[in-house]
Design a protein around this ligand. Structure first.
Ligand code: GLN
Length: 280
């Protein structure tokens, strides 16, 4: 009887161990079904934190929608890791994230460190100045002006390497725009869609374009160099979403949303007439 009991215990333990191992395997499988994606959620309309229209966790934006769809297409749950823009490529190469989507322009320098997907969005740099500024009508006019850029963005590369003008680099776009509004700098160089967003959120600013000085840029999703599986997966989805209009529809949705937000800031005709009444 004792022997029987001992055997029963051994069997139970073996089954329990096997079950634990299987759970372990299952967990591993689950991890493989998660795509960890790095971003810098301070780049509206591409990625930002939003409580009301969140897409993954608290994150929203064109890029977040695109990467969510890439996940869905490939049976993967997307987990967002939010960090500074400058840390994204490092995190990717340290295997802390599997991919990066951050309105990141495909550049030769970055392509030495990571592999980029097919481009999914075309952008360009623009200049934001105060509305009353008449000095800056083209990029060359920034000579001798106080120029603000965002650290590590392609706007910095253009000012530093192409135009060779001195500049001040800020950690965040919002910081640079605040400096501009407060008259502490004369111009902010940043990507066009984000510049438009800042104009909607801040009064007294305007955008100056120079399509000769600022060449068009293309955004790509970055993966680790040589990670062919992730690259192929991302590329197949990006290609599909470009062809079937998914990316256009997502971009249009965000453009329309920011226009509606702008409209709602203006008084409605009813409020307007009330105001007129009060003034009478
Ligand atoms: N497109 C710019 C760059 O790649 C800015 C990107 C961003 O701020 N998220 O540097």
């Amino acid at each position: 009887m004792k022997k029987f009991l001992k055997r029963a215990v051994v069997i139970t333990l073996t089954v329990a161990m096997a079950a634990t191992m299987m759970t372990g395997c299952k967990k591993k499988k689950k991890d493989a079904a998660t795509l960890v994606v790095g971003t810098n959620a301070e780049f509206e309309p591409f990625e930002y934190v939003s409580s009301k229209d969140a897409v993954i966790d608290k994150y929203s934006g064109i890029d977040i929608e695109i990467i969510k769809k890439v996940g869905e297409e490939n049976n993967k749950t997307v987990k967002i890791e939010n960090m500074e823009f400058d840390s994204l490529i490092i995190a990717l190469n340290q295997k802390k994230v599997d991919a990066v989507i951050a309105g990141m322009t495909i550049t030769p320098e970055r392509s030495e460190e990571v592999d980029f997907s097919e481009p999914y969005y075309t952008a360009k740099q623009v200049m934001i100045v105060r509305e009353d500024n008449t000095d800056i009508t083209k990029a060359a006019d920034m000579s001798g002006k106080k120029i603000a850029v965002i650290q590590g963005f392609t706007g910095q590369t253009v000012v530093e390497d192409d135009l060779k003008f001195p500049f001040e680099a800020f950690k965040k776009g919002t910081e640079a725009v605040t400096e501009l509004k407060n008259g502490k700098c004369d111009v902010v160089v940043i990507d066009s869609a984000t510049a438009n967003q800042y104009l909607k959120e801040n009064e007294g600013l305007k955008i100056v374009e120079d399509n000769e000085a600022f060449e068009s840029e293309e955004y790509g999703i970055a993966v680790r160099k040589g990670d062919k599986d992730t690259l192929d997966m991302v590329n197949a989805s990006v290609k599909k979403f470009k062809e079937d209009g998914t990316i256009d529809a997502i971009s249009a949705k965000y453009a329309a949303a920011s226009e509606t937000a702008e409209d709602s800031e203006e008084p409605s005709s009813e409020e307007g007439s009330e105001e007129a009444n009060t003034e009478e």
